[in-house]
Structures are given as structure tokens and as C-alpha cells.
Design a binder for this molecule. Structure first.
Ligand code: 7TS
Length: 415
């Protein structure tokens, strides 16, 4: 780590920072890699890879059980990571549950809170822009409890319609679930306003932060949310680790999702009592290496500065959106301004998988498909789309490469 440009306490250039990501030091199909798929998963810096390797190499012990030295070191590192990650999202450590990611976090709320508290006829407010992970768990919870899903439409530009949201609340509204940042439109939802409206009605607000925590400074306490879910792998951390923040009073009224070792206080033949929050939600051996790697990831992001990262990814996405809009036959989705980190688009007459393939042949990685947001694809009246997503290791040259790559797509398909 002493060789890291970040260690010097200076402000390294984005090009210098990109050198911290070993995966970028390769060619793909004969071209230097341009990685524009960070919304699916981000690349990992050396600091994170080293932290994970160090755990497996030097102290690969289980946590919260054995008294030997290596186990003590593992437990200390795991809990230090909890403190660090909680601090990163403006939470207290005992309000942060380590999960395997956003999907598990949302399921934990849907099983542990919603199934216990929702009654037949209660209403769950959602938007049509939700990722399937913030939609299917509520469909299932509604089916199990007799609650109903109520969708709040977007404005024609693709933003949350606050007037429609206000009008959608009824005496039966118990829960509002929405993304902080859309993984397709790149819009940031006004969570504070949503919380204010919801709490007036005693409704619980569940926020899917999978696309916001990697890119924006986030404080769950400032936002005032009840639950907040996020994934480590989209924010420079390892796969298989993420978090669920819950307000203390909400976590206290949530049932565990996994029962077994580690999450109990006492067990006899007939029954058991639960460990304190957050441990009661972390049944079984946790992803120790993942948590330690995520701790290293947030330390890395903090050293770069979340304000800088937010401005950088936003500027790249905005520039890409403007330049793509000017290409013949290219349609860009989402509002023309206030775009976070990504641009979703289609090339007229070319399937997005073909777009992605031609870009890949030039060493440019983008995602194509429905982006796990099929109801939103239906709202946009498309089957699928291509998406370029940006992060701290991308540069303006990457936008140039994307634009050149799309001109090549046009030539290839005779447009
Ligand atoms: N919510 C949002 C808004 C997401 O973008 C994703 C993943 C998830 C939830 C699920 O996260 P996981 O870590 O539990 O899988 N989104 C994407 C994507 O846009 N492309 O690939 C994965």
C-alpha cells in the first residue's frame, strides 16, 4: 500500500487512480479495456484485493467464537469493517447488518418485517422503475399477507412524480419501497421528501441504495429512512457482501431470515432466544473476507472523496448522454439533466446485444438486456437496451472510445 498514490495524501489524477485497478491493465480483443459496466459490478482496487488475500493468507479464522489469536484478529477485523462501513453511510455500527448484498437485504425486510406487520388490504407503494430485487420480494410479501402493490407513475421524463406519490398515500399505506438511484434511468429520487410524506402516515420507507452508495455521499440518518440496502461489489468491494441499515426500532421489530448458529442467545430442546441486533440477522458463518474487503473498499473511496467521485461519474455520464443523443439513430433514455453515473440507450434497428458485441470487439464493456427492470422496459415500450455506466476509474477518453465504438456499430450495421 505504501506505493499507492493515495497514501501520499495528495489528490491523484483520475488516470493515476485507474492504475490502482489491476483489471484495467489488460487488453481485450486487442484493445485496451474500457470498462463501462460498473452498475453491474465495479472493478476492485489493489487495496481491496490485498485485504481479502491477507485475511485468507494470514488469519483465515471464524468470528465470534474461538478464543485463539487468529480468531481474535478475524473478529476484530470483521467488527472494525462493520464500524467503517456503518460510518460510510452515516449509521451506528449496531444498526448495520452484513448480508450478501442488496437482494438479501431487501428480502430480509420483506420476510422479517413486512410479513410480520402487513395486514390484508394494506398497501405497498412502489415505482415502475424498481430493479426486480426491490419488486419481487414485495410481490411475494403482498401475496403472503393480502396486502396490495400500488405503483406511483413516473413523469414523462422518467422522474418520480412527487404529486402522484402524495396522491397515492391512503390510510392503508404501510410501506414505500424505492430506489435511491435508478439503474436504468440514472435518476436520483428525492428520498428526504418521500420520507417526510411517508412518516406523516406512519408508513415505513425502504430504500434500495445499490446504485447510490457507490456514487454519492450517503447518510441514512440525514435521509431519515427506515431501512436501506446496498451491495459491496458495486462499490469496489468483493462480491457476496453488502448491508442492510435499519433504524433501531425497526430492526427490533424484524424477524431473522436465517435461523441457526451465531444468531441465538440460548437454545433448549424446544425453543431459542435471539442474539442482540445486528447479530441475530447474521446466522451461520458470515462472509468474513467479504466484510474485511468491503471495509478496505470504503476506506479507499473515502480517501478519494465521495464528493469528487460523484462529480466525476456524473460529468462523464452527462457528457456521454449528450454526445450519444447527437449520434444518428441513437435514443437515450432518462431525463436530459441530473443524470447519475450511467446512460441507457438504443441504436435504431440494432439489437442491444449486437451493440454490446460490436463494442466488445473493440475492448469496450457495456451491459445489454432488460437490466432486471422489466416493468420499466414495459413503461418505456422497449424490450431491452444497452447501458454504459461510469465510475472513478473512467476518463473522458473512455467516453471518446464509446462514441467512436458506436459509430463503428452504425457502420457495421450499415446505418
Ligand atoms: N437494486 C438495484 C437498483 C440494482 O441496480 C441492483 C443490481 C440490485 C438492486 C441488486 O443488487 P445485487 O447486488 O443484490 O445483485 N443491478 C444490476 C444491474 O443494473 N446490472 O447488473 C446488476
Amino acid at each position: 500500500m505504501s506505493a499507492s498514490p493515495l497514501a501520499a495524501g495528495t489528490t491523484p489524477s483520475w488516470t493515476t487512480l485507474a492504475q490502482e485497478f489491476p483489471a484495467l491493465q489488460q487488453t481485450v480483443n486487442g484493445h485496451p479495456l474500457v470498462y463501462l459496466d460498473s452498475a453491474a459490478t465495479s472493478l476492485k482496487p489493489t487495496a481491496v484485493i490485498d485485504a481479502v488475500c491477507e485475511y485468507y493468507r494470514d488469519y483465515p479464522s471464524n468470528v465470534h467464537r474461538s478464543v485463539h489469536t487468529l480468531a481474535g484478529r478475524a473478529t476484530e477485523a470483521y467488527e472494525a469493517a462493520r464500524t467503517q462501513v456503518a460510518g460510510f453511510i452515516g449509521a451506528q455500527p449496531d444498526t448495520l447488518v452484513f448480508t450478501h448484498g442488496t437482494t438479501e437485504s431487501l428480502n430480509l425486510v420483506a420476510y422479517g418485517w413486512a410479513r410480520r406487520h402487513l395486514q390484508p388490504g394494506d398497501e405497498i407503494l412502489l415505482t415502475p422503475a424498481e430493479h426486480h430485487s426491490n419488486l419481487v420480494p414485495w410481490q411475494q410479501a403482498a401475496r403472503a399477507t393480502g396486502a396490495h402493490l400500488v405503483y406511483v407513475d413516473l413523469t414523462p421524463e422518467g422522474r418520480l412524480d412527487l404529486a402522484a406519490l402524495r396522491a397515492a398515500f391512503t390510510a392503508r399505506t404501510r410501506l414505500v419501497a424505492l430506489a435511491h438511484v435508478s439503474n436504468v434511468l440514472g435518476t436520483e429520487n428525492p428520498i428526504r421528501d418521500v420520507v417526510q410524506l411517508a412518516h406523516r402516515q406512519d408508513a415505513v420507507v425502504v430504500v434500495d441504495g445499490a446504485q447510490s452508495v457507490p456514487h454519492l455521499p450517503v447518510s441514512v440518518s440525514d435521509l431519515g429512512v427506515d431501512f436501506f440496502a446496498f451491495s459491496g461489489h458495486k462499490m469496489c468491494g468483493p462480491t457476496g457482501i453488502g448491508g442492510l441499515y435499519g433504524r433501531p426500532e425497526r430492526l427490533a421489530e424484524t424477524d431473522p431470515l436465517l435461523y441457526g448458529g451465531e444468531m441465538i442467545a440460548e437454545v433448549d430442546r424446544e425453543r431459542a432466544t435471539w442474539a442482540d441486533v445486528p447479530y441475530r440477522f447474521e446466522g451461520g458463518t458470515p462472509n468474513v473476507a467479504g466484510a474485511i474487503g468491503l471495509g478496505a473498499a470504503v476506506a479507499f473511496l473515502d480517501r478519494v472523496g465521495m464528493d469528487r467521485i460523484a462529480a466525476h461519474s456524473r460529468a462523464l455520464a452527462q457528457e456521454a448522454a449528450e454526445r450519444l443523443t447527437q449520434l444518428p439513430g441513437v435514443t437515450v433514455y432518462g431525463p436530459p439533466t441530473d443524470r447519475q453515473a450511467l446512460v441507457t440507450f438504443n441504436c435504431e434497428g440494432v439489437h442491444p446485444h449486437d451493440v454490446a458485441q460490436v463494442l466488445d470487439s473493440q475492448g469496450i464493456a457495456v451491459r445489454a438486456g432488460h437490466h432486471c427492470a422489466q416493468p420499466l422496459m414495459q413503461t418505456l415500450a422497449i424490450q431491452s437496451s444497452a447501458r454504459a455506466s461510469f465510475y472513478l476509474y473512467n476518463t473522458r477518453e473512455d467516453v471518446d472510445r464509446l462514441v467512436d465504438g458506436l459509430r463503428e456499430v452504425g457502420r457495421y450495421f450499415g446505418r
